[in-house]
Write a protein that binds this ligand. Structure first.
Ligand code: DX5
Ligand code: ZN
Length: 218
């Protein structure tokens, strides 16, 4: 099954509630939150307070992509705020077993995220105990960047690794996904599609979500 996770990073924050309602009506499966701290990535976004306020009005799963240092320190707060899925980066979480275990012990799904420049072999061991992998197809930090083509090859390889090591893992792809490259990315093996600007830059967010969802399930 293919799941759609709109990233609110590219939403119009003045109308955030309305835009979240629009993606829900359009068929979103999860809401993706890009949490950035200005240290691990050169941008600052939002924290658990925002998740909590959306959680109170929405039944969808909340997916927190933590692009922050000292993730272990903040994970309990994100779970408390309502995060159902939490991913942390392999690049700045050397004790990945402990960190993923912490997420699971708190009752959320644990994901390992990997940057475009990091060898897939870095997460091979974590595939034995992660619930999902988040494969970055742009360098993290900003919405609206161009898809790095090499990600298709990486996705195919990751699919093979997951199928042979732990087929229950979901592969989430994040960055530069649009209606136009959705099919290619789906064929390469992704299960969960994070889309920010490809949804929120549209004049009709609901209809754009529906179009993308339709293509994913066709
Ligand atoms: C980048 C974030 C992505 C990003 C996706 O650091 O992890 O989730 O917002 O946005 P688009 O779809 O615009 O590339
Ligand atoms: Zn993300």
């Amino acid at each position: 099954m293919k799941l759609l996770a709109p990233s609110i990073l590219s939403a119009d924050f003045w109308h955030l509630g309305k835009q979240v309602e629009a993606v829900i009506r359009g068929g979103a499966d999860l809401i993706h939150f890009d949490v950035m701290d200005g240290h691990f990535v050169p941008n600052i976004t939002f924290g658990p307070v925002l998740l909590e306020s959306i959680k109170n009005h929405c039944n969808l799963l909340l997916d927190a992509h933590l692009m922050i240092d000292n993730a272990d320190m903040y994970i309990p707060e994100f779970v408390k705020a309502g995060a159902d899925w939490i991913s942390v980066h392999i690049e700045n979480n050397p004790h990945i077993h402990r960190t993923l275990q912490l997420i699971k012990d708190l009752g959320a799904k644990a994901g390992v995220a990997i940057n475009p420049g990091t060898s897939l072999s870095a997460i091979e061991e974590a595939l034995h105990y992660a619930d999902f992998v988040l494969l970055m197809s742009v360098n993290p930090g900003f919405g609206g960047q161009r898809f790095i083509e090499r990600s298709i090859e990486r996705l195919r390889r990751l699919r093979q690794m997951v199928d042979s090591i732990n087929p229950s893992i979901l592969i989430e792809i994040d960055g530069g996904i649009k209606l136009e490259n959705l099919e290619e990315v789906a064929l390469a093996g992704a299960d969960v599609f994070v889309i920010g600007s490809g949804i929120f830059s549209s004049d009709n967010v609901e209809e754009q979500t529906r179009r993308i969802k339709r293509k994913l399930i066709s």
